[in-house]
Write a protein of this length. Structure first.
Length: 85
């Protein structure tokens, strides 16, 4: 997956549970869990806005782009392209 969801890290930093976030933004816990685990296929801007407001963060704090490796390209080539990861 090229888009990585970092919601778990933010919740940990804010000392907030997923249940508490779900209550604050009025979203079903199950749907928020799908987002947190990276299984969501899309996110509404209104949902992203509500999460950012509740966590006092920016969208880039929640989502990160990581290029996918090609079949020919192994992990060593990916490390050269993205050192420090």
């Amino acid at each position: 997956m090229a888009i990585v969801v970092k919601l778990d890290d933010l919740l940990h930093d804010r000392r907030m549970t997923l249940t508490e976030l779900a209550d604050r933004i009025g979203m079903a816990l199950a749907n928020l869990s799908i987002l947190k685990t990276g299984k969501a296929r899309a996110i509404r801007f209104s949902t992203l806005e509500a999460i950012c407001e509740a966590l006092a963060c920016q969208p880039g704090d929640i989502l990160r782009f990581e290029p996918e490796q090609t079949e020919r390209e192994g992990p060593a080539a990916a490390r050269k392209r993205n050192p420090g990861r």
